[in-house]
Design a protein around this ligand. Sequence first.
Ligand SMILES: CC1=C(/C=C/C(C)=C/C=C/C(C)=C/C=O)C(C)(C)CCC1
Ligand SMILES: [Fe+2]
Length: 504
Amino acid sequence: MHTVGETRYNHWFDGLALLHSFTIKDGEVYYRSKYLRSDTYKANIEANRIVVSEFGTMAYPDPCKNIFSKAFSYLSHTIPDFTDNCLINIMKCGEDFYATTETNYIRKINPQTLETLEKVDYRNYVAVNLATAHPHYDAAGNVLNMGTAIMDKGKTRYVVFRIPAAVPEDKKGTNPLKHTEVFCSITSRSLLSPSYYHSFGVTENHIVFLEQPFKLDILKMSTAYIRGVNWASCLAFHKEDKTYIHVVDQRTRKPLPTKFYTDPMVVFHHVNAYEEDGCLLFDVITYEDSSLYELFYLANLNQDFEENCRPTSIPTLRRFAVPLSVDKNAEVGSNLIKLTSTTAKALKEKDDQVYCQPELLYEGLELPRINYARNGKRYRYVFAAEVQWSPIPTKILKYDVLTKSSLKWGEEHCWPAEPLFVPTPGAQDEDDGKTPGRGAHLPQSACDHSSNRDIVWEQCDPPSPAPVSQSWWKQALKPRSVGVQSSEFKESLKAPSLLTPTVS
Ligand SMILES: CC1=C(/C=C/C(C)=C/C=C/C(C)=C/C=O)C(C)(C)CCC1
Ligand SMILES: [Fe+2]
């Protein structure tokens, strides 16, 4: 919902959350939807205008009656209380389902009726101010998620936390969130400008976290209300910085000692990650800058995109490879990746640094999904929305990372959303997601050009060569300087705590 009364949100990531439910049964699909009755929704509807700030829209509570309450209402926002408009994803915790966004709030929902239930503040269970809407699950259903603890006990950290699927026998009936534990944490390079991240990767033994130069400016955030600017303006891409690749060993819960890094980039979605012959490979959708967020201002979306809003970088699937153990005596400049399955490189540098150069897999895709049974493992298929020079997808894509071929589906007057892969119960093949009885016995492979149930997949040309703007390789040739901790970082250590997460 992008308008409330006479007011209108500015950005696509602001709209009031709408829950969707699809039930696929006996060859039919049943659909229902309902607005999430968040506190934000209720306050807006009651005031008949937008009164709670979202990512791209700064809003103020009901007009204040007098100067004192006005001053109070500004001051009370010095520590921002974020929105509970959980518009990004659905998370399963034990038997419970939650609608999620990236703030400290999640909302329990009834998956059958789509009713909105309790509002949960992550900060009651783990000290985080923000958390991703893309948690991971292990085979037992335990949740692994990441959040940022801003200036907590003098430090800003990226915290990996685990919510168990089941509670201990003697605590039966209690909420699994009460048993949340910190799995590990990574100290942010900067106290006042931690990286923004939308997802992270896991393999069977490791966790991959990209500390990218797309950063939140905490000082800007803490003064955003007074300055009347939105949260989006507190995010900035620092093209002069590097992207640090943190790899945590799940067995020791400690980051690997080698400093892995790559060129500056922006990543929203990790597709998958896995281990192969002593290397960790991870596939991500990369951008050269943060222009994606600018594209999604509704004012831009109302115009003719192709004409006015060409993104400066298109979403590109890239594969990175990181060696899990680095020989200290390896020659500087040597490639530590000996795999034949990828052209991604990891170049040894001095001072325990390794520069990673990815392999380009495919250009023009977003909202990636996989068969989640393959998460953290070797896999073959990416299901995604195809996005070329317009952010509105018109096709879904099935990309085969092994053969590097792809199939596309599109139909006139159809605009696909994020494709969700639902495996056939008991399926053996990774891409077996067919409804039994409706062509389920046809062979399944990326080379299958034939009619796939009612869906006609179209075989596609191999990806076109990278356009000139995709300057990864050129940049890779430039000399790279070793990162130093900025004076801002040292200064910030003296600053008082602005956002203190609470744990009870
Ligand atoms: C409200 C709010 C935030 C919201 C972010 C959102 C809503 C991001 C959505 C991202 C999507 C949908 C990405 C898709 O690739 C921040 C910046 C975390 C911090 C400040 C408060
Ligand atoms: Fe996402």
